[in-house]
Design a protein around this ligand. Sequence first.
Ligand SMILES: Cc1cc2nc3c(=O)[nH]c(=O)nc-3n(C[C@H](O)[C@H](O)[C@H](O)COP(=O)(O)O)c2cc1C
Length: 191
Amino acid sequence: MDALTLLLERRSCHALQAPAPEGEALATILRAAFRVPDFQQLRPYEFILAAGDGLDRLGALMEQAARAGGKPDDVIERSRRMPHRAPLVVIVVARVRASTIVSRLEQQLTAGCAVMAMQMAAVAQGFGGIWRSGWPMFDRGLHHALNLEPDDQIVGFLYLGTPRQSPPAATPSADADAHVSPPPGLPTREE
Ligand SMILES: Cc1cc2nc3c(=O)[nH]c(=O)nc-3n(C[C@H](O)[C@H](O)[C@H](O)COP(=O)(O)O)c2cc1C
């Protein structure tokens, strides 16, 4: 798959099954994460990989966090099963490093790029994935249970595996004119 096809036609995949990427394939996915734009090479991220027993453990921690956070019963009930929607879940944590040059947002963007890069590297190797968030991304109780530092922020749960079926073709691109403009004071493309 060439780079432009990957960029233009990549789809997320909700229905994932085993096998998960492992060995060389998983190493390649992580190498893609380590190659994202990273101002000053701060490596402002941490990846927590849950597979096998790790999915059970993550589910238990999510259920515990949901319960402690006073979530409704149906949310508590679902939280234990959440990680089992794929054979591998990569929790991507933005771990902001001390810097007078690179802001918190810039570092978090680097971590966000890592989510996308890993998804693309997975798809390029025939796997599927989806970037998920939801309440667990912001839940300080879960952060604590995952041994995150107070300043850490989860930026995504990347679910990876083998697509149960090929996702439908990508929807047509957005209308560029609705999202693209010149600096104020210059005519738009339509004028
Ligand atoms: C930061 C972020 C959080 C997301 N969280 C969720 C989520 O919790 N659940 C979900 O179904 N999709 C979520 N999405 C959207 C999916 O990753 C995906 O982009 C969407 O289903 C559209 O599919 P596509 O990537 O094939 O266009 C999130 C995307 C981003 C960038």
